[in-house]
Design a protein around this ligand. Structure first.
Ligand SMILES: CCCCCCCC(=O)SCCNC(=O)CCNC(=O)[C@H](O)C(C)(C)COP(=O)(O)OP(=O)(O)OC[C@H]1O[C@@H](n2cnc3c(N)ncnc32)[C@H](O)[C@@H]1OP(=O)(O)O
Length: 174
């Protein structure tokens, strides 16, 4: 399938889920071996996403040495994975579990090792099972965007989607 990020003119109605974390509170881990958020993921990103106001979230990630691509700067794939985590957690604010369908990233400035990346994300629309989410990243000055991303996530039934992989998932519960 070839896709592009195109926000629908009219969104389905959306509301904040009553059980979504309050602004400033973290979303709980969705899986302890998750590469993005899991506490036990070997070489994981350990990104924590926090609820914001409305349909927004924030997150931070320390850019560590092992994340290096070009000398002294973050690898584009690592940054993409971080965006995937932040963007993919954000639809939980409307109570919608999703998987990534389409993800596009604009790399605007080199991101040095040793810095802290600050993410701001927001659900911008929902159309049937498709959830449209956008995010930006900066290094401390929100007016200096170093990267941005847009994604279409697809709502899933968690049991139906992941049920057949239960054996692998049990590896996370030693
Ligand atoms: C808390 C969680 C944090 C998670 C953060 C990390 C998230 C991840 O990395 S998830 C892992 C990466 N993603 C995946 O493995 C997904 C693999 N793909 C799939 O399983 C399937 O293609 C799936 C579930 C996305 C869609 O399949 P299916 O359920 O059959 O949906 P389908 O009926 O074809 O399409 C439903 C709608 O989604 C749209 N759609 C489907 N695939 C895509 C896609 N790749 N891009 C854009 N839109 C898509 C369809 O066009 C359709 O839209 P419409 O309502 O307008 O007709």
């Amino acid at each position: 399938m070839s896709t592009s990020f195109s926000i629908p003119d009219v969104s389905d109605p959306m509301s904040r889920h009553p059980k979504a974390p309050a602004p400033g509170e973290p979303f709980r881990l969705h899986h302890n071996l998750c590469h993005g958020c899991g506490d036990d993921a070997p070489g994981g990103l350990h990104v924590t996403v926090y609820a914001g106001e409305g349909f927004a979230t924030t997150a931070e990630m320390t850019v560590e040495k092992w994340m290096m691509g070009g000398p002294g700067v973050i690898h584009g794939g690592v940054l993409t994975a971080a965006f995937d985590e932040v963007l993919g957690t954000t639809p939980l604010i409307i109570g919608t579990p999703v998987v990534t369908g389409h993800l596009q990233v604009d790399f605007r400035k080199p991101i040095p090792i040793g810095t802290t990346l600050h993410f701001n994300a927001e659900v911008v629309a929902k159309e049937r099972r498709k959830v449209f989410v956008r995010a930006t990243a900066h290094l401390g000055d929100p007016t200096e965007i170093v990267a941005s991303a847009s994604a279409i996530f697809i709502e899933i039934d968690l049991k139906e989607h992941f049920g057949k992989y239960a054996d692998s998932a049990s590896l996370s519960r030693p």
